[in-house]
Design a protein around this ligand. Structure first.
Ligand code: SAH
Length: 220
């Protein structure tokens, strides 16, 4: 796997192990998620000047006013999405720097990820190409519209906050599928919506802090 910023390559392997131990101590107990996060070098997803903080439990800026979610949040959302079983097709809304995408690539058979900021996605595309994932597709679009041409999804994960999920997106969830996202605007909570044969069931969990989901696209 890619270990860019080679100067800190060795250090990062050790720091990554420490990050995994910390996540375990913070209550993440899905070993599949922990193994996936151990496999992805998080420092290649942040600017070189911030690489030494990549494994700290903090959100960091990734340009275009966006942030890479902190490791705990990535682990928690991945754990909620998996809910103990392997995932088939997954949709991620808000590719950002692609770290969560790379983690999902280890957890799901197919990952579709949508980002609305064109120039941000272009960089992320270059970065992810080096990983040679054969199961990841990126798309520049408004994620709130979903991806009806490849639906249904076993999992949908949003990495930006919204107060309301459009019905058209909920309908792209497979029966038995799960959506995980930060719900709210000023005050936010992680929310899980499960689709069953009867309809949808919503569960509100941990307090969260994400950038807002915006509609429309930027760049071309
Ligand atoms: N998981 C990403 C999180 C980035 S922040 C990471 O760790 O890097 C959230 C991202 O969602 C931003 O890149 C933002 O541009 C994107 N976003 C916000 N609204 C969106 C929308 N409607 N469609 C697609 N992406 C969106």
């Amino acid at each position: 796997m890619n270990t860019h910023h080679s100067g800190i390559g060795m250090t990062s392997q050790r720091t990554r192990v420490r990050m995994i131990e910390r996540l375990r101590a913070q209550g993440i107990n899905d070993e599949v998620v922990l193994a996936a996060m151990n496999a992805v070098p998080r420092h290649v997803f942040v600017e070189e000047t911030l690489a030494n903080r990549a494994y700290d439990d903090v959100a960091l800026p990734i340009n275009f006013g966006q942030t890479i979610s902190n490791p705990f949040v990535v682990a928690r959302m991945s754990e909620l999405l998996r809910a103990g079983s392997n995932l088939g097709r997954v949709l991620e809304i808000g590719t950002g720097c692609g770290y969560q995408t790379a983690v999902l690539a280890q957890l799901a058979q197919e990952v579709y990820s949508i980002e609305r900021i064109g120039p941000l996605l272009t960089r992320t595309r270059t970065r992810l190409r080096e990983f040679r994932f054969s199961n990841v597709r990126l798309k520049h679009a408004d994620g709130l519209l979903g991806l009806s041409e490849v639906a249904p999804f076993d999992g949908i994960i949003m990495t930006a906050a919204t107060t309301h999920v459009p019905l058209s997106l909920l309908e792209q969830l497979a029966v038995g599928g799960r959506m995980v996202f930060p719900k709210g605007s000023q005050e936010q909570y992680l929310c899980v919506i499960e689709r069953n044969s009867q309809g949808y069931a919503e569960t509100i969990l941990d307090e969260a802090r994400f950038v807002p989901m915006l509609s429309g696209i930027v760049g071309n």
